[in-house]
Write a protein that binds this ligand. Structure first.
Ligand SMILES: Cc1cc2nc3c(=O)[nH]c(=O)nc-3n(C[C@H](O)[C@H](O)[C@H](O)COP(=O)(O)O)c2cc1C
Length: 427
């Protein structure tokens, strides 16, 4: 089903649940309006109840909140819980053909808190993990996908998959996973630890030639929508994202975790998380990565807006989401859906209710009645530094040189340094 053409021909089934199986569902939402702002006037002045539902690559979701691949999608019990609590979709923990090769260690998490010396009272802002993909037998996971789709036929279940550099293995995995009835596939091209040693995960996402080849194998076989999950551990994330879309993927998801070392224990001098006295760099997530994730999503969204505006392509924003406002930011940059992983590990599955209610509050405040009303609305406001200088010079001229902040580096003083810094902060 893959095509490297930039213009997609839509296949039928628009509006029907589960039409993702046709792979190219009609989308009336995007033509000509992709990533652009549309503010709908409210006829009678009365506020309209915001509608959170989204339609992404033909998949209908009650809201844009998706369980990101990881512990919150490890087995039947927790995925069922996610559907019951109202998550828009669930992406299961990444599976591969041979789980016996996946051996986890404990401890595998380490956390960063605010406050002095990371006091236990401080709020958790950063989370490192050295967890691998699913260590449960593939057959077990497949049976659970089947069971979930039987019980929740109208809800969106997405399998996350990863394999070694082997066409036959990728295609066998896709065939077996699709047989369960999952609605879409997310390809883990982004796990930063453990798997790259086997030429998996980030090892593929960081190498555009390899990525193009593997995406070709995947899209030749897949009959459901495919999202490529990108690694932020690369200079320009828009390059592999472009390759994935050109190679037939319907969507891009970003970001996976950021390569990190959480810290060194100053008593033992050993790195954390510490396993038998040793550690290995892991993946960083939670609130602290949110600004980095926004930056990466912004860069992918700009590339998609200029090169993939024709066709039903999607973007899933991930990283440090704990509030409806965090999610609104991803959507304002052009994301169709927003994934949450560590936030669920910290606050539980009920978090989706708070996310929905806060996102609705934001929409009411701005009179947005649907997600499409504001998706991508902030993207046009990014420009180059050179352009900022030009705009500021013109604005100053226009305002007859009304001063904001320092005009030149020579104006900094020692006494007023903090105030001078404040005068140039935007929030
Ligand atoms: C403990 C843990 C395990 C994870 N396992 C996977 C995985 O199996 N597959 C995957 O694609 N991403 C995995 N991730 C990455 C998350 O899906 C997500 O991309 C990342 O953590 C950033 O989002 P967050 O800040 O909401 O957690 C994992 C993250 C954590 C914290």
């Amino acid at each position: 089903m893959a095509t490297s053409s930039l213009t997609r021909i839509a296949a039928g089934g628009g509006g029907m649940l589960g039409c993702g199986r046709t792979r190219r569902c009609e989308s009336d939402l995007r033509s000509g309006r992709n990533l652009s702002m549309r503010i709908r006037a409210v006829d009678d002045g009365a506020a309209v109840e915001p509608d959170l539902s989204v339609r992404v690559n033909g998949l209908e979701m009650p809201n844009p909140f998706v369980i990101g691949s990881g512990p919150p999608g490890t087995n039947y019990t927790v995925m069922k819980r996610a559907f019951d609590e109202g998550w828009g979709a669930v992406i299961a923990k990444t599976v591969s053909l041979d789980a016996a090769k996946v051996v986890n260690v404990t401890p595998r998490y380490a956390r960063l808190r605010t406050g002095s010396n990371g006091s236990a009272k401080g709020q958790i802002i950063g989370w490192e993990n050295i967890e691998l993909i699913s260590d449960r037998p593939l057959e077990t996971m497949l049976n659970e996908f089947k069971q979930l789709k039987k019980e929740y036929p109208d809800r969106i279940l997405i399998a996350s998959i990863m394999e070694e550099y082997d066409k036959a293995a990728w295609q066998e995995l896709i065939e077996r996973v699709e047989e369960t009835g999952v609605d879409a596939l997310e390809i883990n091209f982004s796990c930063p630890h453990g798997m790259p040693e086997r030429k998996m995960g980030a090892a593929v996402g960081q190498d555009c030639a390899l990525l193009e080849e593997v995406c070709g194998w995947i899209n030749e076989k897949a009959t459901v929508p495919v999202w490529a999950k990108m690694t932020p551990n690369i200079t320009d994330i828009s390059q592999p994202a472009r390759i994935a879309l050109k190679s037939g993927c319907e969507g891009v998801a970003a970001i996976n975790t950021i390569m990190s070392v959480m810290g060194i224990d100053l008593n033992t001098l050993r790195p954390e998380p510490c396993v038998e006295g040793y550690s290995t760099p892991g993946g960083y997530s939670a609130k602290a990565v949110h600004p980095i994730a926004l930056g990466k999503v912004m860069s992918i969204a700009q590339m998609m807006k200029s090169e993939f505006s024709e066709g039903d392509y999607s973007l899933s924003g991930i990283g440090g989401v704990e509030t409806g406002g965090d999610a609104a930011e991803f959507i304002l940059l052009g994301s169709n859906t927003v994934q949450v992983c560590t936030g669920v590990m910290m606050h539980g599955y009920g978090l989706v209710k708070k996310l929905c209610s806060e996102l609705k509050d934001f929409m009411r405040k701005h009179n947005f009645s649907s997600i499409e009303d504001f998706r991508g609305a902030s993207l046009p406001y990014f420009t180059t530094h050179t352009d900022l200088v030009k705009r500021q010079q013109e604005a100053i001229k226009e305002r007859k040189a009304v001063k904001k902040g320092l005009q030149s580096d020579r104006d900094w003083t020692g006494d007023g340094f903090v105030k001078e810094t404040e005068s140039m902060v935007s929030n």
